[in-house]
Design a protein around this ligand. Structure first.
Ligand code: PMP
Ligand code: GLU
Length: 402
């Protein structure tokens, strides 16, 4: 008989939570395999295929023999393309030795945390936050400290809140803008207010996750690293997954002061080495090409956002903000807590998601995974038909709960 030997696992792994987004997507997949008609709005992944010209560049690279190890921080032509991209799109100045390409932005963030954190170091994470931040920080030995903003503040942390939260143990601040899960976007003025606080501390680092840069419905994307005062303290993370619909290619990158980039190179050199060679060639091509396919995807997301907002507003009790970027709604569902259909009771965001999965066959992710127990997250990176069907199912299901 198989016995449970999980006590032999490391404490680090036993204390790590499974990624809620990935878990929910797995549950939806399993239900689909059982023949159930499940709609998954759980995983944040573009439904679009990678643009053809990028695929062609990868095929060409294979034919050209890009099948070998690359330098750990990435092929020089990709790092050059990233330097140009940072300057062109973000007005950020880097040299190629300040760039490290990794297997997804997820690995970039892990590298940074492993490179910077000692036990006892605290990382202030703006909440609601992307699921993996807190687990990566913990795994790297640090302590995540969440700084929460609720829907009435459009889920954005203020400079005053930040000022009050910083203490001598604070080593870094980690946030995404556009934000996963809330879609909130920090304006340049709001970033400047944060910068004025951070500027008081030379030993505080900013990890700015800008992976949704291209899915931003405001006038312009602002990068916190452009402020001179904090330039030397900022690490800018980005990647190919979202803006170029390249999730499965596993390509992310960061720009950082050289001493941090060197440390990340060392970490990556021991863990995984350089990212896939032919993928890097394709990424270099993508970053240097016309952004039209990216802009077309963004236009489609905007249309879907408008649709989903009206569908959500049509469900009694659900409160949704107007996300300015990314492709998520993070809506307040606390109105339903304590409501029952006579058999099941919605007690919290977890049970809300379980009930809509079981009864409406729609997979979403509980807000508790993102540091907010009153909300749930849906990804609207799906077709308008699928989104309409999903939201109609949720509405019908919730109508039974009083
Ligand atoms: N940051 C945020 C905010 C994300 O939503 C994601 C998506 N998984 C990532 C980083 C990691 O992206 P990837 O590893 O696919 O580059
Ligand atoms: N970033 C996506 C999400 O939040 C992809 C899944 C993941 O890597 O967590 O759903």
């Amino acid at each position: 008989m198989a016995t449970d030997k999980s006590q032999y696992l490391s404490d680090k792994v036993r204390n790590m939570s499974e990624s809620a987004t990935i878990k929910m997507a797995g549950m939806a997949r399993a239900m689909k395999a059982e023949g159930k008609d499940v709609i998954s709005l759980s995983l944040g992944e573009p439904d679009f295929d990678t643009p053809q010209h990028i695929k062609d560049a990868a095929k060409q690279a294979l034919d050209d023999g890009y099948t070998k190890y690359t330098p750990v921080p990435g092929l020089i032509e990709l790092r050059e393309a990233i330097v140009t991209k940072f300057k062109r799109d973000n007005n950020l100045e880097f040299t190629t030795d300040e760039i490290v390409v990794s297997n997804g932005a997820k690995q970039s963030i892990a590298n940074i945390c492993l490179a910077l954190l000692n036990p006892g170091d605290e990382v202030i994470i703006f909440a609601p936050y992307w699921v993996s931040y807190s687990e990566i920080v913990k795994f790297a030995g640090g302590t995540p400290v969440s700084l929460h903003a609720d829907i009435s503040a459009d889920f954005k942390v203020s400079a005053k809140q930040l000022d009050q939260a910083i203490n001598p143990k604070t080593k870094a601040i980690l946030f995404s803008s556009p934000c996963n899960p809330t879609g909130s976007v920090y304006t340049k003025d709001e970033l400047e207010e944060l910068v004025d606080v951070i500027d008081k501390y030379d030993d505080l680092f900013i990890i700015s996750d800008e992976i949704y840069e291209h899915i931003n419905f405001t006038e312009a994307h602002a990068s916190i690293g452009t402020f001179d005062k904090v330039k030397d303290q900022t690490i800018t993370v980005n990647g190919m997954s979202k803006g170029f619909a390249m999730t499965g290619w596993r390509l992310g990158y960061m720009g950082a002061p050289k001493w941090i980039a060197d440390a990340c190179k060392k970490v990556q050199g021991q863990f995984t080495s350089g990212a896939t060679a032919f993928g890097q060639k394709a990424a270099a091509h993508a970053l240097s090409s016309d952004l039209r396919p990216t802009l077309e995807m963004k236009a489609a997301y905007l249309k879907r956002k408008t649709l989903v907002k009206s569908l959500l507003d049509d469900i009694p009790g659900i409160v949704a903000n107007d996300p300015k970027g990314a492709f998520y709604f993070f809506a307040d569902i606390s109105y339903y807590f304590g409501k029952t259909d006579g058999v099941f009771t919605i007690t919290d965001a977890n049970s809300f998601c379980e009930i809509i999965l079981q009864q409406a066959h729609v997979a979403a992710v509980t807000g508790s995974a993102f540091g907010d127990d009153n909300c749930f997250r849906i990804s609207y990176a799906s077709s308008e038909e699928v989104l309409t069907e999903a939201l109609t199912r949720i509405k019908t299901c919730l109508a039974k709960f009083a």
